[in-house]
Design a protein around this ligand. Structure first.
Ligand code: SF4
Length: 194
């Protein structure tokens, strides 16, 4: 565990790619977890604020995700219970419109299987956004289609949209997410984290 995290922290495979972005930043992998963790949050990639803080979800998306999960920061950042492993471990930079670039595919290809191997006690995985859903479920279809089939993946996995403010319209358009999916999410967490 310590070894793989040390290697991950030192990874600079995307050094040139990040240097060529508007922010010209250097790789800084951000993740959380200890081998005892029972819940995995499989996210997309850190944003600029998280890149600065070095701690996962220290941004409005994190506030919304914690609200969805019905847990406070103390539980959310308890690495003995919750692992946070995004599809890209470093902030990828911005595209021309100022939106976050996708997580570099080389990251999951290089690291994901080995890192997941270090978490043998995971019982429940939150698949946050399209990239995590594609990798973990090997599924086709839009986020809406995948999340709409949420019941099929319980009790071990639950696909969710990204908690970004950009998805507020999506949530409004799909009221079943708040009325049906979120209570199920909170119920599963209560059971697994008890
Ligand atoms: S995004 Fe992944 S592969 Fe790229 S530098 Fe960071 S840890 Fe390495």
């Amino acid at each position: 565990m310590t070894d793989i995290f040390a290697r991950l922290s030192a990874c600079d495979l995307c050094k040139d790619r990040f240097a060529a972005t508007v922010t010209g930043h250097v790789p800084r992998s951000v993740f959380q977890g200890e081998a005892s963790a029972k819940v995995l949050i499989a996210g997309q990639a850190p944003g600029a604020r998280v890149h600065q803080s070095g701690r996962p979800f220290t941004d409005p998306s994190g506030d919304r995700l914690r609200d969805w999960m019905g847990i406070n920061k103390e539980i959310f950042y308890d690495a003995t219970r919750i692992a946070i492993l995004p599809m890209g471990f470093c902030f990828p930079g911005y595209d021309r419109k100022g939106a976050d670039l996708p997580p570099p595919a080389i990251c999951a290809k290089t690291w994901r299987a080995d890192v997941l191997h270090a978490f043998p006690n995971i019982q429940f995985t939150l698949l946050v956004g399209a990239y995590a859903q594609k990798w973990h479920l090997s599924t086709q279809g839009s986020v809406t289609e995948v999340v709409a089939r949420w019941r099929a993946h319980l009790p071990h996995q639950l696909p969710l949209p990204h908690p970004s403010w950009r998805n507020r319209a999506w949530i409004k358009k799909n009221p079943w997410f708040e009325t049906d999916v979120l209570p199920a999410l909170r119920g599963c967490l209560k059971e697994v984290l008890a």
